[in-house]
Design a protein around this ligand. Structure first.
Ligand code: NZQ
Ligand code: ZN
Length: 384
């Protein structure tokens, strides 16, 4: 096992009715900015519950944070917050709203041009305090310190992280997910699945419990994913999905083990250039990524085949191929296309994707730093 420091300061309030607990989590004298997306929280009653819990506190609603949140919109939110002199942010929504709020929180305390946090990876030392009410199980943003922000004008989508941008608390009420369209449930399951894979399917370091936690999360997702699509109002299914997605990216399974993240970086470029949902890009890239890097990931792929998919028959190469196919079939069962052509994207866009990876310095990705631009090109080509 590798050395690690693990500290996750986000307090989780889990279960039906927990939105009311905002009253005890947010300072009584706070001036609150609620951040949200395009309106789902207004129609499904979540905003009304939040407003009731805030009681007498002054609050202001900034809506319109879009999926794959943009710098352009978030800088408007920064302006909005400054004009109203708020001192606490409350993100109510999915990963995009929470990621966007992390950026707003950082930008409000940042000296200089906030885009440098992404483009130049300038360190964020301070951020306005914020909490979240999660309405979409997927990203883990509710219990981690990272965010991914897009710059519409530049065609960039870049990640940042800082110890100053952990949510103070997150409310996870599975009932808030009942109104999700099937596409977003499917996206969430696939995103969480790939988060686990990025931290698990690398090379063995004898991290026994991290491996078994990771395998438990993957198996749970294969179980509850299809159920969540079939039974949208099954509380237990939604509760299991919600907590699994949080645990998939809150630092626990990634402590002490090598991490990959190449699939995510190649996926971000597809979203930036073609506007696909985040999870759609992962469903395209991951099967191809595993095929191209099957030698480097040989030992872990065999373990994955056996422990996650019960594949024990046949030679080693055969088992690895069967595990990669099982992964693709699972994504397709969740109704996501797993090839670029499923989204009307052809091989002609690969050159532009590679140029963007190069521009962003993504030239030595993966747990061994051996995913060069040439390897990335092979992955995109295999994904056509
Ligand atoms: O905008 P509204 O009206 O709220 O609608 C949203 C949005 O259209 C809708 N939605 C959310 N909760 C709902 C709901 N609709 C009905 N009922 C509800 N309860 O869902 C749509 C998608 O929302 P979004 O927040 O974009 O989805 P998701 O949570 O999948 O977040 C994706 C973003 O997170 C980033 C991705 O890159 C992408 O930008 N990621 C963040 C990570 C992190 N912070 O650690 C890691 C991930 O790898 C990922 O990169
Ligand atoms: Zn992701």
């Amino acid at each position: 096992m590798q050395n690690f420091i693990f500290h996750n300061p986000t307090r989780i309030l889990f279960g039906e009715g927990q939105i009311a607990a905002l009253d005890t989590e947010i300072p009584a004298n706070a001036r609150v900015m609620i951040t949200c997306g395009g309106g789902s929280i207004k129609t499904n009653g979540v905003l009304a519950q939040v407003q009731a819990a805030l009681g007498e506190r002054p609050y202001f609603v900034f809506s319109g944070i879009e999926p794959n949140p943009t710098y352009e919109t978030l800088m408007q939110a920064v302006e909005f917050a400054r004009e109203r002199d708020v001192d606490f942010l409350l993100a109510v929504g999915g990963g995009s709203v929470i990621d966007g709020t992390k950026f707003i929180a950082a930008a409000l305390k940042f000296d200089g041009e906030p885009w440098d946090i992404l483009a130049k990876q300038v360190e964020v030392r301070d951020a306005m305090p914020f909490g979240s009410v999660l309405t979409l199980p997927a990203t883990g943003s509710e219990m981690n310190n990272g965010g991914v922000i897009s710059h519409r004008a530049k065609g960039d989508k870049l990640p940042f992280r800082s110890n100053a941008t952990y949510p103070r608390f997150s409310v996870l009420d599975p009932v808030t997910t009942y109104s999700l369209p099937p596409r977003q449930i499917a996206n969430g399951v696939v995103d969480a699945f790939v988060h686990v894979v990025e931290q698990y399917l690398t090379y063995p370091v004898d991290a026994k419990v991290q491996d078994r936690f990771a395998e438990g999360l993957l198996i749970t997702l294969t179980e509850v994913g299809p159920q969540a699509l079939a039974e949208p109002h099954n509380y237990e299914v939604r509760a299991n999905l919600m907590w699994t997605a949080t645990l998939a990216l809150n630092g626990l399974i990634g402590a002490g083990v090598p991490q990959d993240w190449a699939t995510h970086m190649l996926g971000h470029e597809i979203t930036a250039l073609h506007g696909l949902d985040h999870a759609q890009t992962l469903a395209i890239v991951l099967p191809a990524m595993l095929s191209v890097r099957r030698q480097q990931k040989h030992a872990k792929l065999l373990q994955y085949a056996e422990r996650v998919w019960n594949i024990t028959e046949g030679g080693e190469d055969e088992r690895i191929s069967a595990a990669i196919t099982a992964t693709r079939v699972f994504f397709e069962r969740m109704s996501l296309g797993t090839r670029l052509r499923d989204y009307q994207i052809g091989g002609s866009s690969i050159g532009a994707l590679i140029n963007k990876l190069e521009e962003h310095g993504m030239t030595a990705l993966g747990e061994h730093g051996d995913v060069t631009l040439e390897v990335s090109r092979q992955v995109y080509q295999l994904a056509v």
